[in-house]
Design a protein around this ligand. Structure first.
Ligand code: HEM
Length: 506
């Protein structure tokens, strides 16, 4: 039974909590309370976290130190100041490796490029640059993308438009990029984009992995580690998903190894780059060129880590950007008709990426605007190896995390001007009618400095092929605009999906 004293303490704590939740600091910034730190403000605003962060950055000149409760030892420097980004990502790059905390959170990626530092990262980067940057790879990519459009996306869209069925376009795009990704990475088409929309175990496993990784970011480390130890909750799903992904990828590796070893191919540049990523890496392995830091039995794991990382890198960012792009077109019909006009006025040879780029300036601008307003990778995190002072004057030390919030960054008047909340492709077009370049530490959606995204060109190619085909063939009607809101995760998806009706264009 509870005594009077305990009841009084409980009542007092409750009143104190209500008081803390209701109060604001005079500056409008979260109050740093004894013991609780800024947790009350965070809890109060968690349901509107994106707008809350925008307000904080506006009031704090783009950088703010968040103090967690005393028992979590949590200090996070939130910043979207381009000078800080330039400094961390480029000027003092050596002091900001991914580090052990990041590696631990993303342990499913093993030694893949996202998780790697120093020698292993350099090796990955060289290989990926060669593969993704080669013009012949673009031909291969366009070919596979168009095949999937013709045999996957278009038949499904035709089917739903014919029968007047509402469909979740975000889900269709995720299936599309998953199928194309599997074909490009592993020469295997899982055919998840067909009319009856089957569940794919590996795609579902990727969703579970991402959900658990996000969870690891929001709860104190000891909580998720305890869950992992007890094998419960999101950690249980994570381990199960990890096993599913392992068995899928290792099976593909074994089959491909057999195929590569049994085929005698003439070594030519054509064979090397007009092929899937798995074949390329297995050939590299067979020719004994892997870094000496890897022992023989680590080689399959190294390939598995590479493939999985590229999967995660490619699948979500593209499908999410396409979803927001079509949403923005639906609420900005004038932009949609200008893109259509541009597409009608030129003949595009998609194999010549540079030419397609120079001809589709307005479409490019509209995609950049989408990425600015809805950066699919909404957060980036770093921790310094040694204490440092950022250009904004803030001190950082190895116990701290630095978090960059890209959603707020795209909506800052001081960075993008008073019209920052408007969707204006013209922002990206120079007076001469060419694409306007913005420095990566300002347009940070593809990261900046030596770790800049390697799939940027690939992503634009794929998005343009899909966008151009769909705009010419269909009209997209959003079922309920109010339902289109961003979620809170490591990728900025639409929380309730993107429910639309598809009509054939006249
Ligand atoms: C709209 C599409 C995309 C966006 C917005 C995007 C964004 C990013 C971002 C923010 C990073 C930094 C991640 C980090 O270090 O924490 C990154 C890295 C990377 N991205 Fe992308 N990405 C996109 C598409 C792709 C595609 C299609 C690929 C190809 C498979 C790709 C390959 C990579 C790779 C390999 C890295 C690691 C670079 C390194 O650490 O050196 N990305 N991307």
């Amino acid at each position: 039974m509870m005594g009077y004293f305990e009841i009084l303490v409980l009542l007092f704590s409750f009143v104190l909590l209500c008081y803390l939740l209701l109060l604001h600091d005079k500056t409008g910034l979260p109050t740093n309370w004894p013991l609780l730190g800024m947790l009350p403000a965070l809890l109060k605003n968690i349901h509107r976290i994106h707008n809350f962060l925008i307000e904080i950055f506006e009031k704090s000149h783009l950088t703010f130190l968040f103090d967690g409760p005393w028992f979590t030892n949590m200090q996070i420097l939130l910043t979207i100041d381009p000078a800080n980004i330039h400094y961390v990502m480029s000027k003092n790059f050596g002091n900001y490796p991914k580090g052990t905390k990041f590696n631990e959170m993303f342990d499913v990626l093993g030694d893949g490029i996202f998780n790697a530092d120093f020698l292993v990262w350099q090796y990955h980067r060289k290989m990926a640059q060669y593969f993704l940057g080669h013009p012949k790879f673009h031909h291969f990519l366009v070919k596979r993308t168009r095949e999937k459009l013709e045999n996957g996306l278009i038949p499904v869209l035709d089917h739903v438009s014919l029968h007047g069925i509402e469909v979740d376009l975000q889900d269709l795009f995720a299936r599309f990029t998953f199928d194309v990704g599997c074909t490009i990475m592993m020469d295997h088409d899982p055919k998840s984009l067909v009319v009856d929309l089957p569940t794919n175990a590996s795609s579902k496993a990727l969703d579970d992995v991402e959900e658990a990784i996000f969870h690891r970011h929001v709860v104190p480390t000891f909580v998720w580690k305890l869950q992992r130890w007890l094998n419960v909750g999101k950690e249980y799903k994570y381990i199960k998903a990890w096993k599913t992904l392992d068995s899928f990828i290792y099976q593909c590796i074994a089959e491909k190894r057999k195929e590569v070893c049994s085929k005698v191919q003439q070594p030519s540049e054509e064979n090397e780059v007009c092929t899937d990523l798995l074949t390329l890496y297995i050939k590299e392995d067979e020719s004994d060129k892997y870094p000496t830091i890897l022992s023989n039995n680590q080689r399959d794991k190294f390939i598995r880590d590479t493939v999985l990382t590229n999967f995660i890198a490619g699948r979500d960012a593209i499908s999410i950007t396409l979803s927001w792009f079509f949403y923005l077109l639906s609420v900005n019909p004038l932009v949609a008709s200008r893109i259509k006009k541009e597409l009608d006025s030129v003949m595009i040879d998609w194999r010549n990426f540079k030419e397609a780029n120079s001809k589709l300036v307005y479409l490019h601008g509209a995609l950049c605007e989408t990425l600015r307003l809805y950066a699919p990778v909404a957060f980036e995190a770093k921790a310094p190896m040694d204490p440092d002072i950022l250009p904004s004057g803030h001190r950082v030390n190895p116990n701290m995390q630095i978090i960059f919030n890209l959603y707020a960054m795209g909506r800052m008047k001081s960075i993008w001007g008073d019209d920052c909340n408007e969707f204006k492709p013209e922002r990206w077009i120079s007076a001469q009618g060419n694409i306007r370049h913005e420095p990566s530490y300002k347009f940070f959606v593809f990261n900046a400095g030596p770790r800049t995204c390697l799939g940027k060109e690939m992503a634009f190619t794929q998005m343009k092929v899909v966008a151009a085909t769909m705009i010419q063939k269909y009209v997209i009607e959003v079922v309920d605009e109010r339902q289109v809101i961003p979620n809170m995760s490591i990728f900025l998806r639409m929380k309730h999906g993107f429910k639309v009706r598809i009509l054939r264009s006249k």
